[in-house]
Design a protein around this ligand. Sequence first.
Ligand SMILES: O=P(O)(O)OC[C@H]1O[C@](O)(CO)[C@@H](O)[C@@H]1O
Length: 573
Amino acid sequence: MSPAIVTWAGDEETAVVEVSATGAAAQAVHDAVPALLDERVASRLASQDAGLWGEDAAVGDRLGWTDLHTTSRELVERLTALREELRAEGLDHVVLAGMGGASLAAEVITGSLGTPLTVLDSTAPTQVERALEGDLARTVLVVASRSGTTVETDSHRRAFVAALQAAGRDAARHVVVVTKPGSPLEELAREEGYRAVFSADPRVGGRFSALSAYGLVPSALAGVDVGRLLDEAAEIAPFLAEDTEANPALVLAAALAATRPLRETVLLVDAGSGLYHFGAWAEQLLAESLGKNGHGLVPVVVDEHAPELAARGERTLPVLLTPLTDEDAGPELDDVADGARRVAVSADLAADADATEVTVAGSLGGMFLLWQHAVAVAGRLLGVNPFDQPDVEATKQATREFLGGMPSLEPPAFSDSGVEVRAPRTLLAGARTVPDAVTALLDRLDPEHGYLAVLAYLDREGRAPDLLRGARDSLAGRTGRPVTFGWGPRYLHSTGQLHKGGPRHGVFLMITGGAPAHVSIPGRDFDFAELVTAQADADARVLTGLGRPVLRLRVDTPDALAWLTGSLTRRTT
Ligand SMILES: O=P(O)(O)OC[C@H]1O[C@](O)(CO)[C@@H](O)[C@@H]1O
């Protein structure tokens, strides 16, 4: 087995990021990095060479993210001024409406620094209703959408503007927009006279936009010193551009994408990193960038007690997100290659250097840039274009069709204890109870490559997260297979691409329902309840059409949800 690898970037005293790899991940680094150096992949990426993913890949102008630590600088002053202006008017409660890459980074940034920000990326009517019940007189709504056409974000904007008007406010003064130049949202914002419009660099896609206006505007308005974040990214950027074996992005890319056999399940484990929900941000980056053309890695966000860690197989790569401490800055190494930029081979780095594991630590700004570089290079290693999401549109199209009057999916096959069960007859195989239906779904799991995705179109606040976390862990223990978890419709803008375009090994347990609530969407002939139902119906239909097994369970009361999760948790064999 190959010796462990550790590399870090920073000066003599302080590392700003550190990556280590052991076992098959270290072997992958030994095997793959020399070719990346020969091909000057790191420096070509930093200089935005769109040819890195092959002649045919339509990468076009999608590489503007590599120098955001420089190009976003000009935003800092403007944001500070706007924040002060808003505060002076008593507007200090920031709500962010944005899906996927338009909100995940801001959630990480503000959460890691303990700065309050309300992220609205749900269409569950009760959740939207709660957000609308906040103190509107103090609310600034940041509407973030690169395309300017995302239905969830547009619906949130409509609902908030109407609520502000109903509260007697001048709604336009409360709305700040982030979008690409020329989008329909930009046009609307100018027409409506919204408080501020930030035209974000169109060369930056959602999941690569953490350090652009998408990540910075809501964070800064909420109170974060975003200049510091850019400083952190700027500190690491030169190291990522170097064609050296010490480049931490090349090490991470190889560890992720060049193991033999491929570790197709990537367990993103928060091991005390201090970064809030960084795993959810990295999950979108990995899933949407790499999960296509039948290829991809399945990211699974877990904690340190997850059953997947105890039962890691030959195709599982644990990636531990650890804190960056002073001790990390200067480990005793056998072989220091190059002054401040070091790579080392350390036989005693890990207690069990044969176990396959990767650890990553870094400053927040450094982590964003490191992972973006690593995933872009991983795309090259896996032979995919990391900058498109070809399979996301299918569910959007089907949602439009359901909202346009297409009849909803089939009636329930049966109900059990308040849970309505829907699935193709061939999948149910005669099951008449919820536990049997779940067993029928799990029987479809490929024992070597399969994963289960639990998808919950439910109100994310309240008891549901705890109940579902327990159920997820039990299902992982019971099946011995990785179990991903996603909130609908949020996951549609993250792992949704992988489910449909990645390896055909997923089976899907979709849970829908919730208390009846009518929250209208002004100017639309559907409300939030109809929207969330259409989104779940649409994704189920698209997945089923692709031949993926989908079991749908509808729970309309808290008791039914508690019964369901209890039954999923109790059933351990
Ligand atoms: O910024 P937009 O255009 O609203 O898109 C939001 C998210 O939706 C996706 O395009 C996928 O649906 C993501 O890639 C993106 O982060």
